[in-house]
Design a protein around this ligand. Structure first.
Ligand code: MGD
Ligand code: MGD
Ligand code: MO
Length: 715
């Protein structure tokens, strides 16, 4: 590794200590959301009394979402886990007794060492984005699992299809500066619902609208955001590639192509346009189950309005063809040269602008070992495989797989295995913690230090702890550091990597190794500002102008790639869904179920905060939205209970009838904890473990179900 300027480590170190007196503490929102807000945490008499948005951050602009403004309520919640726990009842029943840290570490280290001796790959870490911090995320955890040579987790539950779509076209996760969307005259929200899932971008969209921008939403559901757009195309889930080709078709047919841009800065446009020629608006409209005049109108507006910006989000890539859909949509700004403008182009993720160092997780500790990869989206199948490759130990942190992973009945069957040893690091007794052998209480963002990048803006942020850990909570990094010592005591020379100094690194050291601080992205005032105010905007192409006006994509030839030579089928393919609405299966399960986030929950985090659950559902519990014709066909009335089912499982939800759901599509906002629902099942009881075209992503919104009325229980 290149040596680190020592002052960076010292400056980070200064941010790890508690403030010496009451007042505002500079912090960062840790949640999995494109907005990664800068926060001010008000401490009075050593207690957090308020968590507010930082007014000096360009996107946060002084406000937080409803959820995170209640972060103190979450941190001080009476249900916070207070001590380590040992399971005393059956798995899943949630019966535990308190134990000390020493006993917990002894049990964990002994069991993991035993299992490791049989097969290191029988140990699997399971984590996602409960916190997105560089330190409390993978920084220390992955060092331990690399040292052990444990199975590696393919983190596919959210964005891999889209990430691959970006890599194959743009070279990596890059796009326009989302803040620049404020200057656009046409904005397409494509599978993106910012009012719910990244509300700070919405302020920029509104600013554009006030300045005369026309807004389009492409979404099977008339989401809160779609409702505020002048135009809405309610296509069938999983049909976006056909729509993108049809737009390209019109652009070509009507002579709107930017031939100069295509010739200079792109590869494969000819083949792409040939395929687009096959997708007339009529043909695509039939495929997407929409009106062809909408496609004509959108394509025309897209060709003739500048600057034009597309904000994609992840909703549209949770299906069989999600990766190719992203590729086809990313192609549109290149066709008409919208990349020539700063407020034009498209963005799904900005994370690739940040010069991260993969080395922070120390894959080198694997040496010449190359453990298998386990796809987190098929954890249900992985845990139920009983052969030499059996998984015997799971260490879960920053994730709630029993609630969030698809096909929960398979997941719960796996977690319920008596021969599986499960450790869960958590804030709360989640559905997953109920299946643990040992539960360890973790700190929240108010109690630990961290460093953050973002995937929906170009700033980096620091998080200073505001209060000491509550009860006996310990940070993930501390827990993994201490576990490494215990494991090294037992395994010694059998696993020498456990004694590597990397496993003793302090939080500030991990943070110092997370980014390439010498990179020009940190040039100018970026670093002094970061250390002075706790957040700072990267010095990258997208900050200054139109990043791809002159090409400069992150691909091998610096051009945008319409085709990919890596793939058997170089062009984006219009694919059927795994569970397609036109297939014979649809005769048994005729409704496409999508389960996007409600505004007041954050995946399954906050689902235990009563006040937010009340806001999220009609009555603390899951709802399903049906179009009036679909409800009538099932003789189910508003407010009644319905059973949503397929062969994988079923769950109950309160019915809401609304034209906001298009015919043929049922919408069940997620993700509730199973144990908070009417029948102990949330919507992941019906979702499937099938994977996307690229990246092996989960396909939550590619799911056919039937819905039936449930007779009210006799009084
Ligand atoms: N309040 C809140 N905010 C969140 C989250 C949360 O749970 N709650 N989750 C966070 C996380 S982890 C993520 S990944 C992001 C997700 O952020 P988004 O990607 O914006 O969220 P989704 O709601 O999954 O998808 C957006 C829209 O896509 C639509 N959609 C579904 N299928 C399709 C399709 O096939 N095509 C098209 N065009 N549209 C489709 C949905 O109806 C939804 O309105 O949000 C983050 N922010
Ligand atoms: N049906 C359906 N399922 C979905 C989705 C959907 O739209 N529909 N969305 C999918 C998406 S986009 C995603 S990203 C995944 C999200 O899946 P997860 O990343 O598992 O998200 P959460 O449910 O928020 O669970 C995170 C857990 O981490 C814990 N946590 C937070 N901070 C810390 C910490 O510092 N230390 C420790 N030890 N724990 C911490 C929280 O308490 C919480 O229980 O869900 C997916 N599942
Ligand atoms: Mo996500």
């Amino acid at each position: 590794m290149t040596p680190m300027p020592t002052n960076i480590l010292a400056q980070l170190e200064a941010w790890t200590s508690l403030p010496p007196y009451d007042g505002d503490v500079q912090a960062a929102c840790p949640h999995d959301c494109p907005d990664t807000c800068a926060m001010r945490v008000r401490v009075e008499n050593g207690r957090v009394v308020a968590v507010k948005g930082d007014p000096t951050h360009a996107l946060t602009a002084g406000t937080l979402c409803t959820k995170v403004s209640r972060y103190a309520e979450r941190t001080y919640h009476p249900d916070r886990l207070k001590t380590p726990l040992k399971r005393v009842g059956p798995k899943g029943a949630g019966q535990f007794v308190a134990i000390g840290w020493d006993e917990a570490y002894t049990i964990i280290a002994q069991r993991l060492a035993e299992i490791w001796r049989r097969n290191p790959e029988a140990v699997l870490p399971y984590s996602y984005a409960g916190t997105m911090g560089q330190v409390q995320g993978e920084g220390m955890a992955s060092r331990l699992f690399h040292a052990l040579g444990a199975s590696r987790l393919k983190r596919t539950i959210c964005s891999e299809a889209g990430g691959e779509g970006l890599r194959l076209t743009m070279g990596k996760n890059i796009g326009m500066d989302p803040e620049a969307i404020a200057g656009a005259k046409l904005i397409i929200l494509w599978g993106s619902n910012p009012i719910t899932s990244h509300v700070h971008l919405w302020a920029k969209v509104q600013q554009a609208k006030r300045d005369g921008a026309v807004l389009w939403a492409i979404d099977p559901y008339r989401s809160d955001s779609a409702e505020k757009c002048q135009h809405h195309i309610a296509l069938r889930p999983g049909t976006d590639t056909a729509l993108a080709y049809a737009i390209a078709h019109v652009l070509q047919r009507d002579g709107h192509l930017d031939h100069d841009y295509l010739a200079r800065y792109t590869t494969g446009a000819g083949e792409f346009l040939q395929r687009a020629a096959e997708w007339s608006p009529q043909r695509a409209a039939a495929w997407c189950d929409i009106d062809p005049t909408q496609i004509e109108a959108l394509a025309d507006a897209y060709a003739t309005t500048r600057p034009a910006a597309i904000r994609l989000n992840y909703g549209m890539q949770r299906n069989a063809g999600g990766g190719d859909a992203v590729r086809a949509i990313m192609a549109l700004p290149a066709l008409v040269g919208h990349w020539r403008e700063r407020s034009g182009g498209a963005v799904l993720s900005t994370s690739g602008w940040l010069p991260k160092r993969a080395a922070v997780t120390r894959p080198d500790l694997l040496g010449d070992r190359a453990p298998r990869w386990i796809n987190m989206s098929t954890i249900g199948d992985a845990l139920n495989t009983d052969d030499d490759g059996r998984i015997d130990a799971l260490v879960v942190y920053n994730s709630n797989p029993v609630a969030v992973a698809p096909d929960s009945n398979a997941v719960r069957r796996g977690f319920a295995r008596d021969d599986l040893f499960t450790v869960v690091l958590e804030h709360f007794q989640t559905d997953t913690a109920d299946y643990a052998d040992i539960v360890l209480p973790a700190t929240t963002q108010l109690e630990h230090f961290d460093l953050h990048g973002a995937y929906g803006h170009l700033h980096v942020l620091l998080n200073r702890p505001a209060i000491p850990p509550l009860s006996e909570a310990r940070s993930n990094s501390r827990i993994f550091r201490e576990l490494a010592i215990r494991l090294a005591d037992i395994l010694g020379n059998e696993c020498p990597a456990l004694s590597d100094p990397a496993l003793a690194a302090s939080d500030a050291q991990i943070a110092s190794e997370a980014f390439d601080w010498q990179h020009p992205a940190f040039g100018g005032d970026v670093l002094p500002q970061l250390f002075a105010q706790g957040h700072s905007k990267l010095n990258v192409a997208a900050t200054h102008g139109a990043p791809f006006a002159l090409g400069g994509f992150a691909t091998a030839d610096s051009r945008f790639q319409f085709t990919s030579s890596e793939l058997d089928q170089p062009l984006p393919q219009v694919r059927d869904n795994h569970e397609d609405w036109k297939s014979p299966r649809a005769q048994i399960y005729p409704l496409q179920l999508i389960s996007p986030p409600p505004r007041h929950l954050l995946n399954s985090s906050f689902a235990n905060i009563e006040s937010l659950r009340v806001l999220a559902g009609d009555s603390h519990e899951p709802i399903v939205v049906l179009h009036p014709t679909d409800a009538a066909a099932r003789k189910v009335g508003a407010g009644e209970t319905a059973r949503i089912f397929n062969e994988r499982g079923s769950h109950l939800a309160r019915v809401r009838i609304s034209e906001r759901a298009r015919p043929g599509v049922a919408v069940a906002f997620s993700i509730f904890w199973h144990k908070h629902t009417l029948d102990g099942n949330s919507c992941n009881a019906v979702t499937s473990q099938a994977l996307s075209d690229h990246g092996g992503s989960a396909t939550f919104y590619d799911c056919l179900v039937q819905v039936e009325r449930v007779e009210p229980a006799p009084q």
